[in-house]
Write a protein that binds this ligand. Structure first.
Ligand code: URA
Length: 213
């Protein structure tokens, strides 16, 4: 793939989504509203991310007749990268209440600078997996999280990365490591700053979500 291939990136645009994201970006937005908006946007993103879920049919009886009714053909799981991913998982869980949940906790080794997992719990038979992390900044954690999922038996074609805001640098790193894993996001921002924060971005999503500023 070329150095600037964004073909796996899907930027979901919708006036409601863009309006809500602007509210989230505003530094004056308090954690309680930030959390609510992240939940709402995740729900809207989830609608697009799940558009290609396979269906099968089940014979049911309506109050009037029998019919072959379309139902989801496979389970779905939401895997959050801790801790900011939890805020997105809330919204997706509201959209798909039958979804199973998993969690990956990662930290950056101060010596090697490489991500390592300190926590991992995945559902059995996860089916389609939505890996969630609001900020795709350097792309290192998300790429590593996919490595972890693949190592744990999840098929590449079952994976989708769901983010809120991406930096071009993060998209490049992730797409180079996993060109066949689609990325869904509400915004592709300008760039990373020297501290690896996304510009214009919205600051530290975990801190804003949990009020730990
Ligand atoms: N993580 C965040 O929460 N915000 C950024 O801008 C980059 C990484």
């Amino acid at each position: 793939m070329s150095e600037h291939d964004f073909s796996s990136l899907h930027v979901v645009t919708h006036p409601l989504l863009q309006h809500k994201l602007s509210l989230m970006r505003d530094r004056k937005t308090p954690p309680i509203l930030f959390r609510q908006l992240l939940r709402e946007i995740s729900l809207l993103l989830g609608y697009e991310v799940t558009r290609d879920l396979p269906l099968t049919t089940e014979r049911i009886e309506t109050p009037l007749v029998e019919m072959e009714a379309p139902v989801l053909a496979c389970p779905l799981s939401i895997v959050s990268i801790l801790r900011a991913g939890l805020g997105m998982a809330e919204g997706l869980q509201q959209l798909i209440p039958s979804a199973r949940e998993g969690h990956i906790g990662l930290y950056r080794d101060p010596e090697t600078k490489k991500p390592h997992e300190y926590f991992l719990k995945l559902p059995e038979n996860p089916g389609r997996v939505l890996l969630v992390d609001p900020m795709l900044a350097t792309g290192g954690s998300a790429a590593h999280a996919v490595d972890v999922l693949l190592r744990n038996g999840i098929a590449r074609e079952d994976l989708r990365l769901v983010t809120l805001v991406c930096a071009p640098e993060g998209v490049q790193v992730f797409a180079k490591a996993h060109p066949d894993v689609p990325i869904y996001t509400a915004a592709l921002d300008e760039k990373l700053n020297e501290k690896a924060y996304i510009l214009p971005g919205l600051g530290d999503a975990g801190d804003r979500l949990f009020g730990t500023l």
